[in-house]
Write a protein that binds this ligand. Structure first.
Ligand SMILES: [Ca+2]
Ligand SMILES: [Ca+2]
Ligand SMILES: [Ca+2]
Ligand SMILES: [Ca+2]
Length: 325
C-alpha cells in the first residue's frame, strides 16, 4: 500500500508536467484559430459577390432586339447630291475662309478650339447624297475628307430633316462613331423636336430667343429600342472608305415627300443645343474665318461641320431658311 501511496504524487506530478507541456503547446492552435477568423472574413465578400451575381446576370438576360427589315443598297445612280466646303485644300491651316457663318447656322470648323492647330479630316464634310425614291427606305451617303489617323470615324454624324421646310428641323438622326461594315442600328439614335421650339424667332438665323429651346428632346429610336426597332441604320460605304451610309424608313416622314435635309459632323453633337447659333453668342462660339477679327478663332463651338439644307423631292424656292444657294 505504501508503494501505491508513493505512486500517487508521481502520477500527479506527471499530470502537472503534461498539463504544463500541453499549455506550452497551446499557442500553436491560436494562430490557426486566427486563420479561421481570417478565412471567415474573406468568405464574407465571396458571399456578397455571390449574392450580387444574379443582379449582373439580369441585364445580360434582356431580350435581344429582333430586326425584321434590313436596308439593302442605295441606287447606283440618281439621288439629290450636294457638296460642302472643305478646309483640307487650304494653303493656310487654322482657318476656314469659306463656309463658316455663325449668324446663318453654317459651320465649317473641323478644328480644335482656340489654337485651331489640329485639323480633323473625319469631321470635314465633303458632300452628301440622299436617295428618296425607294418605297421602304431613304438612303443618305455622307462623305468626309478622309478617315482619321487611326483609319476610323471618331465622331458623330447626323442628318437633320425639316419636313415642312420652315427652317425648324423636326428630326435629327445621329450615328455615333460608325465602324460597322454591315447595316446596324448600334450607335444610331433618332431624335424629334416634339414641342416644336427649335429656332427661336428666326429659324436658321441666330437669335437670343432660341436659347430657351430644349432642342431635339424626344428620343424616338435608340439603337433598336423604340416603337419600330428597324427605324434607322448605318453602315460603312462598301465602295468609298471616306463615306458612311444611313438608311431611315419612309414611315418616319409620315407621307411627306418634299422636305429639306442638312448634314452634321462633330466630335459630339448635342441634340439639346439645336439650333447651336441660338444657344451660343457669336462671341462665345468664335469664328473660323480669320478675317472676322472680332470673333476669330473658334472657341465654344469647335470640332464641328455642317452643310446647307438641300431640297429633297422638289426644287428649292430659295426662300427656305438655311437652304443651299
Ligand atoms: Ca466641310
Ligand atoms: Ca420644320
Ligand atoms: Ca434662330
Ligand atoms: Ca424641342
Amino acid at each position: 500500500m505504501k508503494k501505491v501511496s508513493r505512486l500517487i504524487p508521481i502520477i500527479l506530478l506527471c499530470g502537472l508536467i503534461l498539463a504544463a507541456c500541453s499549455s506550452a503547446t497551446q499557442p500553436a492552435p491560436q494562430p490557426s484559430e486566427a486563420a479561421v477568423v481570417e478565412s471567415n472574413v474573406t468568405e464574407a465578400p465571396t458571399a456578397e459577390a455571390q449574392a450580387a451575381a444574379p443582379a449582373t446576370v439580369e441585364p445580360q438576360a434582356a431580350p435581344a432586339i429582333q430586326h425584321t427589315n434590313v436596308p439593302a443598297s442605295p441606287p447606283a445612280s440618281g439621288g439629290e447630291k450636294w457638296g460642302d466646303h472643305s478646309t483640307v485644300s487650304s494653303n493656310n491651316a487654322a482657318r476656314a475662309l469659306l463656309g463658316d457663318d455663325f449668324s446663318e447656322s453654317k459651320f465649317e470648323r473641323p478644328y480644335n478650339a482656340n489654337t485651331m492647330d489640329v485639323y480633323f479630316p473625319q469631321l470635314d464634310i465633303d458632300g452628301a447624297v440622299v436617295y428618296p425614291e425607294d418605297a421602304a427606305w431613304v438612303y443618305a451617303i455622307i462623305s468626309m475628307v478622309s478617315r482619321d489617323a487611326n483609319n476610323s470615324f471618331a465622331g458623330q454624324y447626323a442628318i437633320e430633316l425639316d419636313l415642312d421646310r420652315n427652317g425648324r428641323g423636326e428630326f435629327l438622326i445621329v450615328v455615333d462613331q460608325p465602324s460597322s461594315a454591315d447595316w446596324t442600328t448600334e450607335g444610331v439614335r433618332v431624335y424629334k423636336d416634339a414641342n416644336l421650339d427649335i429656332g427661336g424667332v428666326k429659324p436658321a438665323t441666330a437669335d437670343s430667343e432660341g436659347i430657351s429651346s430644349n432642342g431635339y428632346e424626344a428620343v424616338l429610336f435608340d439603337q433598336g429600342t423604340g416603337d419600330d426597332p428597324d427605324l434607322a441604320w448605318y453602315r460603312l460605304d462598301p465602295s468609298n472608305p471616306n463615306s458612311i451610309q444611313i438608311a431611315y424608313k419612309q414611315s418616319l416622314l409620315g407621307g411627306v415627300t418634299k422636305y429639306t435635309a442638312g448634314i452634321w459632323a462633330g466630335t459630339r453633337l448635342d441634340p439639346a443645343l439645336f439650333d447651336y447659333n441660338d444657344h451660343f453668342t457669336y462671341e462665345q462660339a468664335g469664328a473660323a474665318n480669320s478675317e472676322i477679327k472680332n470673333f476669330y478663332p473658334i472657341k465654344a463651338l469647335s470640332e464641328l461641320d455642317n452643310t446647307c439644307r438641300y431640297a429633297i423631292g422638289y426644287d428649292a424656292t430659295g426662300l427656305e431658311p438655311g437652304i443651299c444657294p
